[in-house]
Design a protein around this ligand. Structure first.
Ligand code: MLT
Length: 256
């Protein structure tokens, strides 16, 4: 299904009935990542998956897809489905969007689960890495996608998850250059939402892998403690929904 949002189409799916749970993918991913989870989860509740702007089948809106703009797109889908309140799950960039959502729409937010994600803003080093990424996308989108997706797992896990990495790459090769750049630019300017998470009064969870090549689990553990979030530490890299499917399945079942 799709809706029009600020002139672009936003693709989404809804299955099942009961208390709504939104699943948001990360950068260079699409709602396809949730496919292995939907059948079982939607037996008990309504599961909504959305292709964020510039990803999957959703269109490009403007040069910078800020986390707030993406949260507005999510809200537009919820309004269309007449969903007043939902629990939020976000993988990585999807988690940044969940945080923007709970800040803008607290009345529409139930619990929040940040999977391989953080309330922190980019460090200065990471922000300048974003500029280099944009240059690479402009020069050689395909090579950039292959490299960026391989970098989500430590080298020791590459052969075990080769098929999944290849599927992610193939999916991302269909995304437009402008959509990829808009997401990188949006992540670069995102604000630190530690205080937002801290003052969120519903249940909150942060899951992080000790082997995540792009996120520092120790600093995120400190953030979880300072925001009163339940902290789940795994041996994963950055792709827990692939590496640790049965654990994620269990967690998604108890989130309310
Ligand atoms: C993601 O996996 O969504 C991104 O790599 C997160 C990021 O670059 O900060």
């Amino acid at each position: 299904m799709e809706i029009k949002f600020r002139g672009a189409s936003i693709s989404f799916n809804s299955s099942g009935r009961g208390s709504p749970l939104i699943l948001l993918h990360g950068f260079l991913e699409s709602s396809n990542i949730w496919k292995p989870y939907i059948e079982s989860l939607s037996r008990k509740r309504q599961i909504i998956t959305i292709d964020l702007p510039g990803h999957g089948k959703s269109g490009f809106i403007e040069d910078v897809h800020s986390m707030e703009l993406m949260a507005d797109a999510v809200k537009a889908v919820l309004d269309h489905l007449e969903v007043k309140k939902a629990s939020l799950v976000g993988h990585s960039m999807g988690g940044y969007v969940c945080l923007a959502f709970i800040e803008k729409y607290p009345e529409a937010s139930e619990s929040i689960f940040l999977m391989n994600s953080t309330p922190e803003a980019d460090s200065p080093e990471r922000a300048s890495g974003r500029d280099r990424s944009i240059e690479l996308v402009k020069k050689h989108k395909k090579a950039y996608i292959n490299m960026a997706i391989s970098d989500l797992l430590p080298a020791e896990k590459h052969s075990q998850f080769q098929k999944e990495l290849d599927e992610l790459k193939e999916d991302a090769h269909s995304f437009s250059e402008e959509g990829i750049i808009a997401a990188i630019s949006g992540m670069k300017i995102r604000t630190d939402r530690t205080e937002v998470l801290k003052s969120f009064s519903h249940k909150k969870y942060i899951l992080i892998g000790k082997k995540d090549p792009i996120m520092n689990w120790e600093s995120i553990q400190t953030k979880a403690a300072s925001t009163n979030s339940e902290f789940i530490l795994t041996e994963d890299g950055h792709l827990s929904y692939v590496e640790n499917q049965s654990k994620i399945q269990r967690i998604l079942h108890f989130i309310d």
